[in-house]
Design a protein around this ligand. Structure first.
Ligand code: PRP
Ligand code: URA
Length: 209
């Protein structure tokens, strides 16, 4: 079973409260989503492998560390995942960015794939799939299905707000995928919205309410 980790750092908790508040407008919402994504990137990258490298400081030869291992690809699930990309890139600037377009049919709540564009050599890369919301889990599972079908083997999922229902669905479908979230909320309502949640993340990010 992949691990599920809530990153409940005080700065993240404070910023989450800002984006949960319905009075927060699009500009501020977008800024704070990116700030939280940046803080999450710090935690998600904590276990990145490092290797020894010989360098010379101005004073002496020395063995130091540098990042090794697989190259990172950030994969936002469109649209709302786009809101987390710049924040993640702030900490992992050399990452490539792939896109998976997935929307949730409002009647059936089933995810529908409408776009996919990814870098090559997926098996050799570490993918960080990002989406602010893990609600029923349908979108995350379908996006990760699509990535695995194209050869991805190393995937982590990073979100801001997760519902227990979605965590279970994702862990059952993809037990190899570790999940990182800024919060574990209470439950879903009858329309599949997370409670207390923050509403429709895509609409609040892009001002399409
Ligand atoms: C939202 C959100 C997730 C999905 C989560 O996207 O960004 O992708 O819903 O719900 P689920 O876990 O029940 O699948 P939405 O479908 O509203 O599309 P958008 O990003 O274009 O707004
Ligand atoms: N998608 C959202 O944007 N918000 C929710 O609460 C659930 C799904």
């Amino acid at each position: 079973m992949g691990k599920f980790q809530v990153i409940n750092h005080p700065l993240i908790q404070h910023k989450l409260t800002i984006i949960r508040d319905k009075r927060t407008g699009t500009k501020y919402f977008r800024e704070v989503v990116n700030e939280i994504a940046r803080l999450l990137a710090y935690e998600v990258s904590r276990e990145m492998p490092v290797e020894d490298i010989e360098i010379e400081t101005p004073l002496i030869k020395s063995t130091q560390k540098q990042l090794s291992g697989k190259k990172v690809v950030i994969v936002p699930i469109l649209r709302a995942g786009l809101g987390m990309v710049d924040g993640m890139l702030d900490l992992i600037p050399a990452a490539k960015v792939g896109h998976v377009g997935m929307y949730r049919d409002h009647e059936t709540m089933e995810p529908v794939e409408y776009f996919i564009k990814l870098p090559s050599d997926l098996p050799d890369r570490q993918l960080l799939v990002v989406d602010p919301m893990l609600a029923t889990g349908g979108s995350a599972v379908a996006a990760i299905d699509a990535l695995k079908k194209r050869g991805a083997t190393n995937i982590k999922f990073v979100c801001l707000v997760a519902a227990p229902e979605g965590v279970k669905v994702l862990q059952d479908a993809h037990p190899d995928v570790d999940i990182y979230s800024a919060s574990l909320d209470d439950k879903l309502n009858e329309n599949g919205y997370i409670l207390p949640g923050l509403g429709d993340a895509g609409d609040r990010l892009f001002g399409t309410l």
